[in-house]
Write a new protein. Structure first.
Length: 278
């Protein structure tokens, strides 16, 4: 059975980890994914200790992303620079104890323009090359690369099934998927569409809700994802897959959720099998 985890943010004043970590544990999380403000980088050893002391050991991390990180770029110089940006990320992963790094396969689309078929084909080929090079970086390190599906305002990687196909073509044990429910709910008719087919390649799930129009990072049940279906899929995932809440509340907001009994609601929505077994 999959494990319930959460994204822990470090280096953001509005989300102090020392206050949030015990609240996430109270919500029922048992692992965490490390996410950092690269403009105000935290002490990595301290972040690892804080998470472990709260009973939420870091098992994965979110890698760098942004306009200059574009592994599917047809411009070879940018594509190679994007792969190279993950060399130091392996050191960060080792420092915090992460065994997986979440990677965005593309940058945002600055003009929000539809890509021509030739552009999509070029990006597909470029990403395949990058996947092989990322796997080479990770080989023998004990750290895996998890490719994340993206919302529609990105240049590539918005179709989870296509990403699963590319990971399968690459045939590298260092590669897997990070499935994002919120992103999928924007790019598909429903977040769970086709999930059963790609589930064997999923190593991590980012869990959030929205109304299908923007990546709002809402708590499950606050948006329009059909959680009875999505939750059944998530509960069927095996350990060590992390079903990881990617939510960014303040401590007061999370405390209010807990006081309202949201821990039970969350388990029923996201991990129904776990709830039934208790």
């Amino acid at each position: 059975m999959a494990t319930l985890g959460c994204v822990i943010s470090f280096g953001f004043e509005s989300m102090p980890p020392d206050r949030l970590l015990p609240l996430w544990a109270e919500l029922g999380c048992t692992t965490s994914q490390f996410y950092r403000n690269t403009d105000q980088p935290p002490d990595l050893a301290e972040a690892r200790r804080m998470a472990a002391d709260a009973g939420l050991p870091i098992r994965s991390m979110h890698g760098v992303f942004g306009p200059r990180i574009d592994p599917s770029s047809p411009r070879n110089a940018l594509r190679r620079a994007s792969v190279d940006a993950y060399r130091p990320e392996l050191d960060v992963a080792h420092a915090v104890g992460a065994v997986g790094i979440v990677v965005h396969p593309a940058a945002r689309n600055p003009g929000d323009d539809a890509l021509a078929a030739d552009d999509r084909a070029a990006r597909r080929d470029a990403l395949l090359t990058s996947l092989d090079e990322l796997a080479d970086l990770a080989q023998g390190s004990g750290v895996h690369i998890w490719i994340e599906n993206l919302p529609l305002d990105h240049l590539f990687g918005t179709d989870p099934a296509q990403l699963a196909e590319l990971v399968a073509i690459a045939q590298r044990p260092e590669l897997a998927l990070c499935f994002d429910t919120g992103h999928a709910h924007i790019s598909l008719d429903e977040a769970s569409d086709g999930f059963a087919d790609l589930a064997p390649q999923v190593a991590c799930v980012h869990v959030s809700d929205n109304d299908g129009d923007r990546d709002a990072h809402q708590f499950p049940s606050d948006g329009s994802i059909h959680w009875p279906t999505m939750g059944e899929h998530l509960a069927a995932l095996p350990d060590p897959v992390d079903v990881c809440l990617e939510l960014f509340p303040s401590p007061d907001q999370l405390r209010a959720r807990l006081d309202a009994g949201y821990a039970d609601t969350l388990r029923q929505l996201v991990m129904p099998a776990a709830t039934a077994d208790r």
